[in-house]
Design a protein around this ligand. Structure first.
Ligand SMILES: C[S@@+](CC[C@H](N)C(=O)[O-])C[C@H]1O[C@@H](n2cnc3c(N)ncnc32)[C@H](O)[C@@H]1O
Length: 208
């Protein structure tokens, strides 16, 4: 069985490089492969294009975004962000807005809609796992479907989506929906995902 109490090589590297979680390397790999942060929508005419980060705590993806773009960021999580490494970036009210709430709640949806439209929507949201694969994949799918709902409602035309999902038969259906909304929809599993993990990321490129 996996030992999650031991800091692995990725987690140690994250801390050394000023990120609270190893998940930052998954976003880095996605960014390097798909160049989502460099897309014309983000940097062409509007250097302050808006980005959405769902399931943002403890905050590695948010920090990566703030450090590598000039964009403004809206982040959402039920848990608070870690303030260990942000060096004040999370206090920059011009660029960063955090909503501590359930992303599936109606009030959160209303709040996020008011802050759009977004050029890029990221979701690394994941349920607390139970060890029961069908329960965990079903809960992950609810979060991923919600992220897709946000993409349909608040992502600008030409915008891109990154969404984590625990793979199952039903998650294949989600990829089909992404392909219908975006010019291109692909599945990508970063090397930095734990070997035993059944998570993957779906990438939607250029919303129609
Ligand atoms: C893998 S962590 C995200 C790590 C983050 N991307 C980072 O780099 O620090 C998954 C997050 O999803 C959040 N989450 C799960 N269900 C949620 C919900 N209904 N609404 C908002 N956040 C949720 C959890 O609280 C957790 O912080």
């Amino acid at each position: 069985m996996a030992d999650y109490t031991r800091l692995d090589v990725w987690a140690l590297r994250a801390q050394k490089e000023g990120y609270p979680a190893r998940s930052v390397y998954k976003l880095k790999e996605i960014d390097e492969k798909f160049h989502l942060f460099k897309s014309t929508v983000l940097f062409g005419k509007s250097p302050r294009a808006k980005i959405l980060d769902l399931g943002a705590a403890p905050g590695s993806w948010s920090l990566y975004t703030l450090r590598n773009t000039a964009s403004s960021l809206t982040a959402v999580d039920i848990s608070p962000l870690s303030r260990q490494f942000d060096k004040g970036l999370f206090d920059d009210k011009e660029r960063f807005f955090f909503i501590q709430a359930d992303m599936t709640a109606m009030e959160t949806k209303t709040l996020i809609k008011e802050r759009g439209p977004f050029a890029l929507s990221l979701s690394d949201a994941a349920p607390a796992t139970t060890g029961n694969r069908s329960i965990d994949t079903a809960r992950s799918l609810v979060l991923a479907e919600t992220a897709l709902e946000y993409a349909a409602a608040v992502l600008a035309k030409g915008g891109c989506l990154v969404v984590k999902v625990f793979q199952s038969g039903e998650s294949d259906e989600l990829l089909k929906k992404i392909k219908a909304i975006f010019d291109k929809g692909v599945s990508f599993k970063p090397k930095s995902c734990r070997r035993e993990s059944f998570e993957t990321y779906y990438i939607g490129i250029r919303k129609k």
